[in-house]
Design a protein around this ligand. Structure first.
Ligand SMILES: Cc1cc2nc3c(=O)[nH]c(=O)nc-3n(C[C@H](O)[C@H](O)[C@H](O)COP(=O)(O)OP(=O)(O)OC[C@H]3O[C@@H](n4cnc5c(N)ncnc54)[C@H](O)[C@@H]3O)c2cc1C
Ligand code: FES
Length: 322
């Protein structure tokens, strides 16, 4: 039986138990959100002991070398002494500058940019409020706009999304950790390759930021943004995006409303895109509901997009409590 030591706590792991669950059982508060190995909010460092390779999947090679691992994925074979990772993910204190509804169930939250915080539109951060940590993508260009904008979908029964919608006050202080993620615009020598961005609901957040970033950096190639929603009242920032399209001839904005038939089928719109643009030159960004993001990722790969040019951020949530 493996024993995990964290500060003053020593806890023996139960069969098939992860380090995260064992430390929580021992009364420790370890940041976590998706519990699926995606968001990296449960990152810890093994000070001594070996962690399984599976718990280091997706981490930067330098972090792997220094013994960082994801506590929600870690079932060690031997004893471990672990610590929180304050050295590798920067932590900032900030406050809420503004909040407003952009559509039914979609909250736009703007935070002050703390001194020293830098981030690319499309990356995500961990927001901690009310002792809960969740991941949210950055929709703004913080250095240019002067605020960090997050788009938060209300999840039925969800702890933080409902608290942010209903109770969070302007001026409230919060902690952010980050930025994380590789989902952002990178120009190359030509800047004329096609960009294809598709997202559902608040999956628009990182994509809107990436489009603005690409346009500001003078991207010359065609940029297509597909925003998929179930019903028309789920569309938001449509005026802003139509306006951006009107002033930038290389940018197309395609709202896709599922209940309106073929015109709302995101998979079909992607297929049509590749009928007009070379798939192997296209950079693809996919964000939002995990099932759709994962199936679109397969689809664009099979249609010829290179895997190194497909960036996907599935918004994975914690599994429902048993
Ligand atoms: C990299 C990354 C980036 C993200 N970016 C964003 C973002 O920009 N905007 C955003 O809104 N979210 C984003 N998320 C999701 C976000 O982190 C939270 O998971 C989400 O806000 C729910 O948190 P909560 O505390 O309200 O819900 P929780 O208290 O965590 O509870 C959610 C519960 O609802 C269940 N559930 C799952 N799907 C549904 C559903 N469709 N309807 C009802 N219940 C469901 C879950 O199983 C879970 O039990 C991102 C996630 C990741 C991993
Ligand atoms: S990666 Fe462990 S909680 Fe998200």
């Amino acid at each position: 039986m493996s024993v995990v030591t964290f500060g003053e706590s020593k806890v023996a792991l139960l069969p098939h138990e992860t380090v995260l669950s064992a430390l929580e059982r021992a009364g420790q508060r370890i940041p976590n959100s998706c519990r699926s190995g995606v968001c990296q909010s449960c990152l810890m460092q093994a000070v001594t002991g070996e962690v399984p390779a599976q718990s280091q999947r997706g981490l930067k090679p330098a972090w792997v070398q220094q013994g960082y691992f994801l506590a929600c994925q870690c079932q060690p074979a031997g004893d471990l002494w672990v610590a929180l990772p304050n050295k590798v993910i920067p932590v900032f204190s900030t406050r809420v500058l503004d909040k407003h509804l952009a559509a039914e169930g979609v909250l736009v939250l703007r935070l002050e940019v703390p001194e020293g915080f830098t981030c690319r539109a499309g990356q995500y951060l961990h927001l901690e409020m009310e002792q809960v940590v969740r991941s949210y993508s950055v929709a703004s260009l913080p250095a240019h706009d002067g605020y960090i904008e997050l788009h938060i979908r209300r999840v039925s029964g969800g702890k933080l999304s409902n608290w942010l919608h209903d109770h969070c006050a302007i001026g409230a202080v919060c902690t952010i950790r980050g930025p994380l993620g590789e989902c952002f615009y990178l120009p190359d020598a030509t800047a004329d390759f096609p960009l294809l961005l598709a997202g559902t609901s608040t999956g628009l957040a990182p994509l809107e930021g990436i489009v603005r970033d690409a346009l500001q950096q003078g991207h010359q190639g065609p940029i297509t943004l597909i925003h998929g929603v179930l019903e028309r009242n789920g569309l938001y920032h449509a005026d802003k995006l139509h306006q951006l399209a009107a002033t930038h001839p290389n940018f197309s904005y395609l709202p896709a409303v599922r209940e309106e038939g073929e015109s709302g089928d995101v998979a079909l719109l992607l297929k049509q895109h590749f009928a007009q643009h070379a798939a192997n030159a296209t950079r693809v960004f996919l964000c939002g509901a995990p099932e759709l993001v994962n199936s679109l990722k397969r689809q664009v790969f099979l249609q010829g997009a290179a895997s190194c040019h497909i960036h996907a951020d599935p918004f994975v949530m914690a599994p429902a409590a048993p």
